[in-house]
Design a protein around this ligand. Structure first.
Ligand code: ZN
Length: 230
């Protein structure tokens, strides 16, 4: 069970279908394993649009393509639909999807369409073996979606963020000064966060990051890497 959860405002926006692809799929992945947040989303859906109108900050994506979901039971299907390249599921595709589901149970369902294989088999890229990344194919106008892999026992250069970065731990675990994070944990870093995440020793840590601005490295090593970070 996760110890760190999305903010209530984010869950309200999810319930109202106001999140764009990257953040919507990431939130759906957290929800899959978090009963606490599932119950909240269910409640927000029942409360309906009136409450959301008065309690959500003004910053709502004006170009949100459509409702991300009508209710919690449909959320995985809807998240996929929003990518715009999937409307009708053929029998063959259903079979294929089921095979994928059986192939790797560790990948949350909302991601299986995009990550059909084991994490290790993704075409990871990066400037060192300690830190690698994989760009997920559903970034949108607001957010970039990317996996990061920190090798067991290694740490990222110290950095801060120009904007928001939402991180969902997929496998392994990492620590920074604020805490220990395990699969399912959902963490928000922003420009007030200066941290240096370190993967725990036993296993590589894979995180699903959704960010609205490039990383801004602050340490000496970080500054050298800055030009290479998209
Ligand atoms: Zn949660």
């Amino acid at each position: 069970m996760a110890n760190y959860h999305p903010a209530d405002e984010l869950l309200m926006q999810f319930a109202a279908g106001q999140l764009t692809n990257a953040l919507g799929i990431q939130t759906a992945c957290h929800l899959e394993s978090c009963k606490i947040c599932q119950q909240k989303v269910h409640l927000y859906e029942q409360l309906g649009g009136d409450l959301i109108d008065i309690s959500t900050p003004a910053e709502i994506a004006p170009d949100a393509k459509s409702k991300l979901l009508n209710n919690l039971h449909k959320h995985q299907e809807s998240a996929v639909d929003l990518t715009g390249n999937h409307t009708v599921k053929s029998e063959l595709e259903t079979l294929y999807t089921e095979q994928l589901a059986n192939a790797n149970q560790r990948v949350p369902r909302p991601l299986r369409r995009f990550v059909p294989d084991y994490y290790d088999n993704l075409p990871w890229a990066g400037f060192s073996k300690s830190i690698q990344s994989y760009d997920l194919p559903f970034s949108d106008d607001q957010y970039t979606a990317r996996f990061y892999k920190i090798a067991a026992g290694k740490e990222l250069p110290q950095h801060t963020h120009k904007g928001n970065e939402f991180t969902l731990v997929m496998s392994g675990s990492f620590s920074d000064l604020s805490g220990d994070y395990h699969p399912g944990d959902f963490v928000l870093a922003d420009d007030s966060t200066h941290h240096q995440p370190k993967a725990h020793d036993k296993e590589d840590c894979i995180c699903f990051a959704v960010m609205d601005a490039p990383l801004k490295m602050t340490g000496f090593f970080g500054r050298m890497l800055n030009p290479f970070i998209k």
